[in-house]
Design a protein around this ligand. Structure first.
Ligand code: GLN
Length: 482
């Protein structure tokens, strides 16, 4: 059951071939067996009861698209009755009284939320090493990181703990860990999936996105979680219509490779990209190149927008309402001590840089300049989409790096996001497709190729993925031992 797709499992539950309870138990057993990977930070105490309910609904004849499907959810997305820690000490003891909209929709569709996944503290990072729960390991080589910040959600799917999971992507946090672990990871168009119940990091960039092992499962999940939500003011009116594509869909598709993303890649990344482009050409797509020179400013602009937004969003964690409180002689001291002891180093660094970039006298030089760059980048993408239906880059210039390799050098960690952050700045949808492997020190490490579509064309990305899958150009899963 662990290796079967969500779509197939839902069909079996619907035909009473397997029970939701059995699926939940199987998933919990996998979680137990894979504890060494540290992908899961807590198990949903209500999972068995949820499975029971799905069983009753199926028995009553309800048609549920996700009947009995076990799902892992990143620990910054609220699930009723489970702890939400965001990988931080500061939220210790906080139990969510409500479901995020995406979670509510999953449960409504018959899914069972079995567990919460490990992540970089407050989703700030690219390696899932900065969590208070410790680092998550990459199942392909446990000396390496699974990527981040949604590393636990990626590993949950890559190591077959659950067939699908949810992560969040502010600058690459779904796509990059998907690439590092050999699964699909989709960052939807900004506004396509409700952010209600997602703990905010950088509100103008954050999106919830799914991990899956097949295009069919991506479509299944997106058709459930996407759609307008009155509880998120930035939510769009764009009903999802995801379908799996066929190679036919690639005929005449205009594919543009972003020139700037062709530099600085490892040979394995380069090879995976070439193989993917060949498959596209073979199926009748035209492949060209397009230069977006402003992309060289993307990382600087991204961090100068993400950090100020974070500094503002994280002001609410002062020990007064949520989680842990360190007491002091007065309110100021209590708040200071709470934040000093509750937040890790990277989060503190970002709050300070973010506050600085917003402060009077520096606002124009940093934040407001970054916003101008953001606009330029968005316009460049719009121009590129006049000539191309989809754009392509590697998801990351290199496969999974070693644990500890970048922890002492924040700028090196930020640079890992070179291929992903611009997409968030422009609000576009992008999908990382598992496209091959690079052997490093004797271990086969997955490599991802990123497809980018115009806003609201998320459906096209899943179509292309399905087509590539049918052509045998996608290489999902199979981490040794899992
Ligand atoms: N690595 C990027 C950051 O640290 C992106 C993280 C994310 O998408 N949540 O901000």
């Amino acid at each position: 059951m662990a290796f079967t797709s969500a779509a197939e499992l839902a069909r079996r539950v619907q035909s009473r071939d397997v029970s939701p309870q059995a699926l939940t138990e199987a998933s919990l057993a996998r979680i137990q067996a894979a504890q060494a990977l540290n992908a899961i930070v807590s198990v949903n105490p209500n999972a068995a009861a949820q499975a029971q309910k799905v069983h009753a609904r199926v028995a009553a004849g309800e048609a549920l698209p996700l009947a009995g499907i076990p799902v892992t959810v990143k620990d910054n997305i609220n699930v009723t009755g489970t702890a939400t820690t965001c990988g931080s000490r500061i939220l210790a003891g906080y139990v969510s009284p409500y479901d995020a909209t995406a979670v509510r929709r999953l449960v409504q569709a018959g899914a069972v939320i079995v567990a919460k996944a490990n992540m970089d503290e407050f989703a700030m990072g690219s390696s899932t090493e900065s969590s208070t729960h410790g680092a998550t390991l990459n199942p392909w080589d446990t000396a390496r990181v699974p990527g981040g910040s949604s590393g636990g959600s990626a590993v949950a799917v890559a190591a077959n703990l659950t067939p699908v999971s949810l992560g969040s992507d502010t600058g690459g946090s779904v796509r990059q860990p998907a690439a590092f672990t050999g699964v699909y990871g989709l960052k939807p168009t900004y506004g396509r999936v409700s952010r209600y119940g997602l703990v905010a990091y950088a509100s103008s960039l954050d999106q919830i996105g799914p991990f899956a092992r097949s295009a069919e499962d991506l479509a299944l999940l997106m058709n459930v979680i996407a759609g307008h939500d009155p509880q998120d003011a930035t939510s769009l009116h764009a009903p999802p219509a995801f379908q799996v594509g066929t190679p036919e869909d690639l005929r005449g598709l205009r594919v543009g490779v972003i020139t700037e993303s062709l530099e600085g890649n490892t040979s394995g990344v380069h090879a995976a990209l070439s193989v993917t482009l060949d498959a596209l050409r073979g199926a009748g797509a035209t492949v060209g190149e397009v230069s977006l020179p402003e992309l060289r400013y993307a990382i600087a602009a991204y961090y100068l927008i993400a950090m100020p937004e974070a500094s503002s969003n994280l002001a609410r964690f002062d020990g007064m309402v949520y989680g842990r409180r360190v007491s002091g002689h007065d309110v100021t001291e209590a708040m200071t001590l709470t934040r000093e002891q509750g937040f890790g180093r990277e989060v503190q660094r970002r709050i300070m840089i973010g506050t600085y970039a917003l402060s009077s006298g520096y606002y124009d030089a940093y934040y407001s300049k970054a916003m101008k760059v953001r606009r330029l980048i968005a316009e460049r993408f719009t121009q590129a989409f006049r000539d191309f239906d989809v754009l392509v880059t590697p998801t990351s210039p290199f496969p999974a790096f070693r644990r500890g390799e970048k922890t002492s050098d924040p700028l090196a960690m930020y640079a890992a996001d070179v291929d992903t952050v611009a997409i968030n700045l422009a609000g576009l949808p992008a999908l990382s497709v598992p496209a091959g492997f690079e052997t490093v020190d004797g271990a086969a490490l997955p490599v991802g190729v990123q497809f980018i579509a115009p806003a609201l064309h998320d459906e096209l990305l899943v179509k292309v993925a399905g087509a590539l899958e049918a052509l045998g150009a996608v290489q999902v899963g199979g981490a040794p031992g899992y």
